[in-house]
Design a protein around this ligand. Structure first.
Ligand code: GLN
Length: 557
């Protein structure tokens, strides 16, 4: 079976011809309030009742995909099985709902306009004046319905990014409005997620911003069926009543999503207030079962009440934000939960290590050192020093993508290849142990041109990788241009580095490990993208387990 066939995008293929229902999620007041988590939670609530779901994300910016955007501003670039460089919310959906989504699940304004303009140039719209309504809105609707047709499910959830009132979002809201008319009100639900702030001086929850954003939504022609409020504390009864009255929503359809310790609690919090029953009733969904939360509850407990705690140093350049590595953070937490341990992640800037080697000593107090993916020369030398420190002091080490490449550089230097480097950092290095992949050399475009998405990896018997994965062939996701230079392979292996995972054609090194260490593993791929709360990624799990062992053995001393 090919990767294509194995994909589970939420589709239940045995029920063709069933008509999907659509749940649109919009946001009010401001962005960044956790709409992706709320959307995922609504999907989880439906799944818990036996309904199948899939989720789409609409990003109203003009980029064709997230691949060319700065993760510092926009958050992590998530990579799908099929090599899509997509919005990080797709990662949240995959983790909550245990689905593998595709690049088609993330629509941007750039994609919509590109295809409408291409159609116009081809002459497909000959004689027509090409307009936002109907041409752009038709394109949007056809992509949403396209997902419903390709991956038949009970409910397609569609999160519209940004905030109601943004100019960019208008065509998408208009398309959502039209879909309700065309599909019938029982087949489309609009959920609006807003922020309810508290005015410090009086300590009172303020509903006015919510009222205004719903007014704006109604002006566009969308009356929300339900409102989910984000707030610090649970929504007060009087606030709930006020929102219901002013926003023209039933009181029982105003749900509160207060701050909680773990995002994985939110499906439970919303369902306790009746969100699931309300959605099922409004959609007229039949054939579901009473929700079974027993497994999820057990999982959440491990996230919020662990017995142990470990500290991990995540090393990068100072401009990289912890937020641009959401999947890495989540993968660590999933592994932590599996080991009954909280994972505290400290962000350490490696530029300090370049200025002063003694700074490295602070790493000694950590239970593990992780070098995540990255690009460019800045901070790279410091990352190499951190890897060297981990190796010489036998501190559990995990390197991801750039972290893998730099660990190979560090190892090469340690066995006598003085000045070894990646050509990304030093194009004229004497020992280019990491070099551009041959097919990358001719590429002069930036969008979607790296080696991307899922590729098969063959593991070597008797290695740590094989023990962790428990299988000879695995599939992991990639996003890189550089690779281990095959010219140095023999020397590196003779020096003791074990390449325990290679690409199917045997040409590409995928995993490096050092036997005899408490834990030393680096991967060319990004295993974090496939980690799920109840199925932690094997390299991360191995790393976290080793960190916990170090912590426990040190506390016994
Ligand atoms: N910069 C490196 C490359 O392009 C690593 C990329 C990454 O860490 N995602 O190969």
């Amino acid at each position: 079976m090919g990767i294509e066939d194995q994909r589970d995008c939420g589709g239940r293929r045995e029920a063709p011809g069933r008509r999907a229902k659509y749940l649109f999620v919009t946001g009010g007041v401001m962005s960044g309030i956790g709409k992706g988590v709320v959307t995922s939670s609504l999907g989880k609530i439906l799944q818990a009742r036996g309904f199948s779901v899939t989720v789409m994300k609409i990003d109203p910016y003009l980029n064709v995909d997230a691949g060319t955007m700065n993760p510092l501003v926009h958050g992590e670039v998530f990579v799908t099985e099929d090599g899509g460089e997509v919005d990080m919310d797709i990662g949240t959906y995959e983790r909550f709902l245990d689905l593998d989504l595709t690049r088609e699940h993330n629509i941007t304004t750039g994609q919509i306009y590109l295809s409408v303009i291409e159609k116009e140039r081809r002459g497909d719209l000959l004689g027509k004046c090409v307009q936002i309504i109907p041409h752009v809105t038709d394109e949007i609707k056809s992509r949403i319905r396209g997902i419903a047709a390709k991956y038949p499910v009970d409910v397609v959830l569609v999160e519209i990014g940004g905030t109601v009132g943004d100019i960019e979002g208008l065509p998408f809201l208009e398309a959502a409005r039209q879909m309700r008319l065309e599909e019938g009100p029982g087949n489309v639900i609009n959920v609006h997620v807003t922020l309810v702030p508290v005015l410090e001086v009086v300590g009172e929850q303020k509903t006015k911003p919510t009222q205004h954003s719903v007014q704006e939504l109604r002006r566009i022609g969308i009356q929300p069926d339900a409102i989910i409020t984000r707030s610090k504390k649970p929504l007060s009864e009087s606030s709930r009543k006020k929102i219901a009255l002013f926003c023209n929503v039933e009181e029982r359809a105003v749900f509160s999503s207060p701050d909680v310790e773990s995002i994985y609690q939110i499906p439970l919090v919303l369902d306790e207030q009746g969100a699931g029953d309300y959605l099922v009733e409004r959609f007229g969904l039949s054939g579901g079962s009473p929700p079974d939360w027993s497994h999820w509850r057990g999982l959440v407990r491990r996230f919020i009440e662990p017995r142990h705690s470990i500290r991990i140093a995540m090393c990068g350049k100072y401009t990289e934000l912890a937020d641009s590595y959401v999947s890495v953070n989540e993968a660590l937490k999933h592994s932590g939960a599996a080991c009954d341990s909280r994972v505290q992640i400290d962000w350490i800037s490696t530029e300090a290590f370049e200025a002063n080697e003694r700074e490295l000593e602070l790493l000694r107090d950590y239970d593990g050192i992780l070098i995540p993916g990255g690009f460019g020369a800045r901070g790279a030398e410091g990352k190499i020093r951190a890897i060297s420190f981990a190796r010489s002091n036998d501190i559990p080490f995990l390197g991801i993508c750039y972290g893998f490449q730099l660990s190979v550089v560090e190892f090469a230097r340690s066995i006598g290849f003085e000045g070894a480097n990646s050509t990304e950092i030093d194009p004229s290095t004497e020992h280019p142990v990491i070099d551009l992949m041959p097919e990358q050399k001719a590429i002069d475009r930036m969008g979607s041109t790296m080696r991307l998405g899922a590729h098969r990896i063959i593991l070597r018997e008797g290695t740590l990788a094989m023990r962790l994965y428990g299988s000879k062939v695995v599939t992991e996701r990639h996003r890189h241009r550089y690779e281990v230079n095959p010219k140095y392979l023999d020397a590196l292996e003779r020096g003791g580095l074990v390449f325990s995972g290679v690409s199917e054609d045997g040409l590409r090194m995928e995993i490096a490990e050092l036997p005899g260490m408490s834990f030393y593993m680096a991967t060319q791929f990004h295993a974090e993208f496939k980690s799920r709360p109840n199925k932690p990624s094997p390299p991360y799990l191995g790393f976290v387990r080793a960190c916990l062992e170090r912590r426990l053995s040190r506390s016994r001393r």
